[in-house]
Design a protein around this ligand. Structure first.
Ligand code: FMN
Length: 184
């Protein structure tokens, strides 16, 4: 089983990327690839730019990475209560390559922030939004107070109860008997 994990953020030191990578590592026996949105940067989407560039290479490449995954782990950064501009822009371009880019793949959706809200607003939006684009949301979890709850040296969640909840969420990514051939 191959898992693509990424943060919906272009922060080079993204706390959500650290969380996504850690959570993907909790799925037993999976091969994990962590993507960085900075490798897929594009101009802000506009219809004129689409006429000019058609489907830019970074959009096609990111779409291809999603297609080759058996499961997807995304952790959403929250900017002003919603998606970061970086993720929204990448997603807008990808949606022009494929209206349902997640292709019935199982997904684990996460979010974190330095504050007590844990970016739960954006996570709630994503849980409702992603299924419209073909994502099979198996579990979701918001991690509050990242600095208090994540050991940056060990790159792991430090609080026992949160670790257990994340483990449980990660184990739900591939339900028992899941066969990747069911996804397109
Ligand atoms: C423009 C901007 C808006 C933000 N808005 C929110 C917000 O609405 N809710 C929140 O919990 N954190 C907010 N934050 C703080 C982010 O949670 C914090 O920067 C976090 O590190 C983002 O995750 P990342 O490191 O994965 O990009 C905001 C930060 C910026 C720069």
């Amino acid at each position: 089983m191959k898992i693509i994990a990424f943060a919906a953020s272009n922060n080079k030191h993204s706390i959500n990327r650290q969380l996504a990578a850690y959570a993907a590592g909790l799925v037993e026996g999976a091969e994990i690839e962590v993507l960085d949105l900075n490798d897929y940067e594009m101009p802000i989407y506009s219809e004129q730019r689409e006429e000019q560039y058609w489907q830019p290479a970074p959009a096609r490449e990111f779409h291809a990475r999603l297609r080759e995954a058996d499961g997807i782990v995304v952790s959403f950064a929250e900017h002003n209560g919603t998606y970061t501009a970086a993720w929204k822009n990448l997603f807008d371009w990808i949606s022009r390559v494929d209206r349902k880019p997640f292709k019935d793949k199982p997904m684990l959706l996460l979010s974190t922030s330095p504050g007590s809200g844990g970016a739960s607003s954006v996570l709630e939006q994503a849980v409702h939004h992603i299924p419209h684009f073909g994502g099979l949301v198996q579990a979701s979890l918001s991690v509050p107070d990242f600095e208090d709850n994540f050991d940056k040296e060990r790159q792991q969640v430090s609080k026992w109860h949160l670790r257990e909840r994340l483990k449980e969420a990660a184990q739900r990514l591939f339900p028992p008997g899941w066969n990747s051939r069911w996804a397109q």
